[in-house]
Design a protein around this ligand. Structure first.
Ligand SMILES: *[C@@H]1O[C@H](CO)[C@@H](O)[C@H](O)[C@H]1NC(C)=O
Ligand SMILES: *[C@@H]1O[C@H](CO)[C@@H](O)[C@H](O)[C@H]1NC(C)=O
Ligand SMILES: *[C@@H]1O[C@H](CO)[C@@H](O)[C@H](O)[C@H]1NC(C)=O
Ligand SMILES: *[C@@H]1O[C@H](CO)[C@@H](O)[C@H](O)[C@H]1NC(C)=O
Ligand SMILES: *[C@@H]1O[C@H](CO)[C@@H](O)[C@H](O)[C@H]1NC(C)=O
Ligand SMILES: *[C@@H]1O[C@H](CO)[C@@H](O)[C@H](O)[C@H]1NC(C)=O
Length: 598
């Protein structure tokens, strides 16, 4: 009996204690912070309001906390100093203390955090991390020190971090890499040093991190590719050397990068690609050479790239791509960007052979509708799904050239004034169509098929009218068919003639205007006729006609008058002694002449 009373008393106490613990863990959360379980179910404390000042304190932060994040909004950064507060938080797996102006890390402050995987100290004011700062972080896998003010790192700074896999020290002020800087972190897989003004890479330091799979040094002011470095990194699979000052890739620069899958060399000053530059990169899948100064691509530039699926050559100075340059990659290449190059039609033809191509970017390439003329045998790859033709000079939408499987077309910022019903119907099945930024002419001539689609989607309703001026700046969604004027003068010529011709009642305005133009022409013809007639008479009576015939041209030209009086209407220039006639050239002729002279 007594035992059972005592037992139930014990039970009560147990419950009370459990209730208290639950209550207190629920209640335990610092003011201005939030406490929750993250997507992996870990106890997380997040303090992001900012304005915290003084030594870091963890009052009311539960000892069970597994993830601690202290950050701040940009306009209210914290002003924290580190203090040895972590000793009892043995369950911590991640610590993020960012945007907190932390100036330095204390000795052994992270001691004993044997479960810590991630330490993120980005966006602080750290100038000089030292090895003892990281002591005790036996299991740390990822260390982020981005956006601090680190100027130098002494040898062996990270030597207690035996398990480190990722080290990121981007956008600091490191100018050189001291020997043995990566001592004892031989398991490192990813090293990110972008945004430090290194100018060159010291190959020695890479001896300690030969397991590297990923190396990034974007914006490091590097002048060349240092092949000594890559000789030491046989497993490298992602290499980012973008936005440096590399001028050339020499024949065997990349020879040792036999496993590289992603290579980024965009934003450098490379001006030519030699044959066989990539002869050892059989694993390469993604190559970007955008924003360089390439003028041509040789026939054998890509020959050994058996696995290339993505190639970015945009914003170079390419005019010509050698015949067959893409042949080697024609069965694998899926994404090709050539935007921002002034490509010749010839090069567009080369694209037809890219059997596997799904996505093609040709923005800002100076392409006109003539380049896309089906008669020139331009064929886009037959499996193409996405085509970017934005920012070109296309003024007539002709859908004949579009491949059957196309799903997405970007034809923004061209010179389209309208699209006719036939061609629009052939665009209707597209999943995505961008028509923004064309000089749409919202009148009955041009816009009706588009206006009829205005209630379908924003693609059409957001089209902005550019002319006539009565509806300039209005979107199709705001217009009714009744608002449209008849074809405005601007429909036929460029320029803003519609200012004169379209009154608020456009139809009457244009009829009146064209009638007055006709009248004017008739009047002029009548006057010229009268003049000619009276002059002939005068000539017969007062001059010697045979003399006139010899000097004819001179007199005629000096007087400028009888231009319209000869039997046939032809223009003569004074210096054309061999009576060369000026005929009106067709655009084709002009282009021919142009291409001969250039
Ligand atoms: C801790 O919690 C108590 C009560 O829940 C509160 O009064 C106190 O201000 C909190 N302290 C901090 C630093 O958040
Ligand atoms: C580290 O902190 C910065 C700044 O808050 C953040 O942008 C970044 O995503 C964090 N890194 C990781 C891996 O959480
Ligand atoms: C960062 O540290 C430097 C000295 O190392 C100091 O002059 C500067 O004011 C600090 N910046 C901020 C925002 O606290
Ligand atoms: C690259 O392509 C070759 C030949 O097509 C193939 O044998 C090899 O396995 C591929 N390599 C990679 C890394 O995909
Ligand atoms: C286009 O191709 C056809 C047959 O394939 C050929 O007869 C014709 O000459 C080609 N036209 C041009 C402009 O290359
Ligand atoms: C758009 O409006 C037309 C009539 O103007 C109507 O027949 C059609 O169903 C509408 N379509 C949608 C998607 O609302």
């Amino acid at each position: 009996m007594i035992r059972s009373i005592a037992g139930s008393g014990m039970e009560c106490w147990k419950w009370a204690i459990i209730m208290f613990v639950v209550r207190s863990t629920l209640a335990m959360c610092p003011t201005k912070c939030s406490c929750f379980l993250d997507h992996k179910g870990r106890n997380t404390v997040l303090c992001k309001e900012g304005g915290m000042i003084g030594p870091l304190n963890l009052n009311n932060v539960s000892l069970d906390t597994e993830v601690l994040k202290i950050t701040a909004p940009d306009d209210n950064n914290n002003m924290l100093t580190m203090s040895p507060v972590f000793q009892s938080y043995r369950k911590l797996e991640e610590i993020h203390i960012t945007k907190s102006n932390v100036p330095q890390l204390g000795m052994h402050f992270f001691w004993g955090l044997r479960k810590l995987d991630v330490l993120n100290l980005s966006q602080n004011n750290i100038t000089q991390p030292l090895d003892h700062n990281f002591r005790g972080l036996d299991k740390l896998k990822e260390l982020y020190l981005d956006d601090n003010r680190i100027q130098s790192l002494p040898s062996g700074t990270f030597r207690y971090l035996h398990e480190l896999k990722l080290l990121s020290i981007q956008r600091n002020r490191i100018t050189d890499l001291a020997n043995r800087i990566f001592l004892e972190i031989g398991k490192l897989k990813a090293l990110k040093l972008s945004g430090n003004n290194l100018r060159e890479l010291n190959p020695e330091v890479f001896r300690d991190v030969q397991e590297l799979r990923q190396f990034e040094c974007r914006g490091c002011a590097l002048k060349k590719i240092n092949k000594e470095v890559y000789r030491l990194l046989p497993y490298l699979s992602v290499l980012d050397m973008g936005d440096n000052e590399i001028k050339a890739i020499h024949a065997d620069d990349l020879k040792d990068l036999a496993n590289v899958k992603v290579l980024k060399l965009d934003g450098n000053q490379i001006f030519s690609l030699h044959d066989n530059t990539f002869s050892n990169q059989i694993a390469l899948r993604k190559l970007t050479l955008a924003r360089n100064e390439l003028t041509k691509i040789g026939a054998n530039a890509f020959v050994e790239l058996y696995n290339l699926t993505e190639l970015d050559l945009s914003y170079n100075k390419l005019e010509k791509i050698h015949d067959g340059a893409f042949e080697a990659v024609s069965s694998t290449l899926e994404i090709l960007a050539l935007s921002g190059n002034q490509l010749k039609t010839h090069t567009l033809k080369e694209l037809g052979q890219l059997q596997a191509l799904k996505e093609l970017k040709l923005s800002g390439c100076g392409i006109t509708e003539y380049d896309l003329d089906i008669k020139k045998n331009i064929t886009f790859p037959k499996n193409l799904e996405s085509l970017d033709l934005s920012a070109n000079h296309i003024s007539v939408m002709n859908t004949e050239f579009l491949p059957a499987k196309l799903k997405s077309l970007d034809i923004a910022k061209n010179r389209l004034r309208g699209i006719d019903e036939y061609n629009l119907q052939r665009l209707d099945h597209l999943k995505s169509l961008n028509l923004q930024g064309n000089p749409w002419s919202c009148d009955l001539c041009y816009i009706v098929p588009l206006l009829e689609r205005a209630n379908r989607s924003a693609t059409f309703s957001d089209i902005l009218c550019v002319s006539p001026y009565t509806v300039r700046g209005k979107s199709l969604g705001m217009l009714e068919k009744g608002d449209l004027t008849w074809c405005t003068a601007a429909s036929y010529s460029t320029g803003d003639a519609d200012y004169f011709l379209v009154s608020s009642d456009g139809n009457i305005g244009i009829i009146a205007a064209s009638m007055s133009v006709c009248l004017l022409i008739l009047t002029i013809l009548a006057i010229i006729g009268t003049l000619c007639y009276s002059r002939r008479h005068a000539a017969r009576y007062y001059t010697h006609e045979d003399k006139l015939a010899i000097e004819g041209e001179n007199i005629v030209d000096n007087n400028h008058s009888p231009l319209f009086c000869d039997g046939e209407l032809s223009f003569k220039f004074p210096l054309d002694n061999d009576s060369k006639k000026i005929t009106i050239s067709t655009i084709e002729d002009i282009k021919k002449e142009h291409s001969i002279t250039t």
